[in-house]
Design a protein around this ligand. Structure first.
Ligand SMILES: NC(=O)c1ccc[n+]([C@@H]2O[C@H](COP(=O)([O-])OP(=O)(O)OC[C@H]3O[C@@H](n4cnc5c(N)ncnc54)[C@H](O)[C@@H]3O)[C@@H](O)[C@H]2O)c1
Ligand SMILES: O=C(O)[C@H]1O[C@H](OP(=O)(O)OP(=O)(O)OC[C@H]2O[C@@H](n3ccc(=O)[nH]c3=O)[C@H](O)[C@@H]2O)[C@H](O)[C@@H](O)[C@@H]1O
Length: 389
């Protein structure tokens, strides 16, 4: 229920009701952000996407308390003349639309570059020309590899945060060669960040750039063959969930040595709401949003998910829960990887006072409970059907 008391910002000033044009509202992050805004604020949402399956529960029935505060527009921003009008009608635009699954970066590099750079251009332009505020979703992938990854494996400097900690205003962006098409995504995101920043510097665009660090939780991506293509490769949470649901070993790419920090989607969305409601603290900034305390190797993630899922499902884990695969076999030619991703939290702490709360175990527990409830029956049914040859 949206609270009826007056909401105040971090400086104690009342927050005016906003109309928000949310592009990509039907995706993983968009669905959680819509839910949060409708539940806790009085803001209105113009939700733009080509799909709405993940926000269907928010769009109907009309009797819900937020009826009239969310309006879905089925729009592909690549070619739809309604886009500028919707941005003009809004106080703030949030752009989440993107191709953002690594399996696509090296196999569909053109689509990836168009989606993350070319298609985002008109959004930036319309915001700038019409004096509208923009929150643009970038990625932690713009940092690429850490400086430390170029040091010898046994170098003590690898333990020094100066060689791995990722800082918005200091760290370089280090990508692989052009043949490593994995970096098409990071590079496109970096260029759109630079464009947004330049629009701010030269034309006064009021902007905030968000760099998410592996946000995970319910509704992330799809389970192949259930609510997405059988041959599709989602991000790691859904890949591992799919294997656990099917009682198959989890595939560790190149030994599962890469490190990631995972943050619970519900924690991360709180940071976005703070940005929305505190423009004077958020404008002109780039924010890392992640949980530096939740670092694991991908192998450790697989082990933890296996243990959590055994608890959730009540079924014992497989005797051999993981299997090694090469990145070429799994993703194809042109894959490369970020070695380690720890967000520096100084800027978001200083500007918005935000800190993540949820431990990796707890966030996996609630997420895998959701995956089990949502998919276990469908998978069982599918697997019991005879395969056609
Ligand atoms: N989930 C994460 O941890 C993470 C990490 C880093 C960056 N990001 C960035 O955050 C944003 C949202 O990510 P997500 O995880 O919610 O992804 P998602 O794929 O679930 O959501 C993206 C949404 O954008 C929509 N979309 C794509 N192209 C569109 C177009 N041309 N017109 C209209 N709609 C279009 C898709 O249909 C989808 O619903 C992306 O920009 C992504 O790069 C996410
Ligand atoms: O979420 C993020 O912050 C960003 O990172 C992701 O990139 P990445 O973390 O590399 O993608 P995942 O699919 O989540 O993979 C994480 C790691 O697990 C590995 N992996 C993935 C899937 C699998 O089945 N097995 C496996 O070992 C990958 O090789 C990678 O090392 C995506 O690029 C974006 O969604 C986003 O910009």
């Amino acid at each position: 229920m949206a609270s009826s008391t007056v909401r105040v910002d971090l400086d104690g000033k009342p927050i005016n009701q906003l109309t928000i044009c949310m592009i990509g509202a039907g995706g993983f992050i968009g669905s959680h952000l819509c839910e949060k805004i409708l539940n806790e604020t009085q803001h209105k949402i113009l939700a733009l996407d080509v799909y709405n399956d993940k926000i269907k529960h928010l769009l109907e029935p009309d009797s819900l308390s937020w009826a009239g505060r969310i309006q879905f527009h089925r729009i592909n921003i690549k070619h739809d003349s309604r886009l500028e009008g919707l941005i003009k009608m809004s106080d703030l635009t949030i752009n989440l639309a993107a191709i953002c699954t690594p399996a696509d970066y090296n196999t569909r590099p053109l689509d990836t570059i168009y989606s993350n750079f070319v298609d985002a251009l008109p959004v930036v332009k319309y915001c700038s020309e019409n004096g509208k505020r923009l929150i643009h979703f970038s990625t932690c992938e713009v940092y690429g590899k850490t400086i430390g990854s170029f040091l010898p494996k046994d170098s003590p400097l690898r333990q020094d945060p100066a060689y791995y900690m990722l800082k918005e205003d200091a760290s370089p962006c280090i990508f692989g060669s052009i043949e490593k098409q994995r970096w098409s995504y990071a590079c496109a995101k970096q260029l759109i960040e630079r464009l947004v920043y330049a629009e701010g510097a030269e034309n006064g665009l009021e902007f905030t750039i968000v760099r998410p660090f592996n946000w995970i939780g319910p509704r992330m991506d799809f389970i192949p063959g259930v609510d997405g293509p059988s041959e599709g490769v989602p991000r790691v949470l859904a890949c591992f969930s799919n294997a656990l649901l099917r009682r198959e070993p989890l595939k560790l790419v190149d030994g599962g040595e890469s490190q990631r920090t995972f943050v619970y989607i519900k924690d991360a969305i709180e940071a976005v709401l703070l940005m929305i409601e505190n423009p004077s603290r958020a404008n002109g900034h780039i924010f890392n949003v992640g949980n530096p305390n939740n670092e694991v190797t991908v192998r450790q993630l697989a082990e933890m998910m296996t243990a959590v899922y055994a608890n959730v499902s009540g079924e014992p884990a497989l005797e051999k829960p993981t299997v090694d695969v090469s990145s070429k076999e799994f993703y194809g030619e042109g894959y490369d990887d970020s070695d380690k991703r720890i967000p520096d939290m100084t800027i978001i702490n200083r500007q918005l006072g935000w800190n993540p709360k949820t431990s990796l175990w707890d966030l996996l527990d609630s997420t895998l409970t959701y995956q089990h409830k949502t998919y276990a029956e469908a998978i069982k049914k599918m697997m019991s059907q005879p395969t056609t040859s």
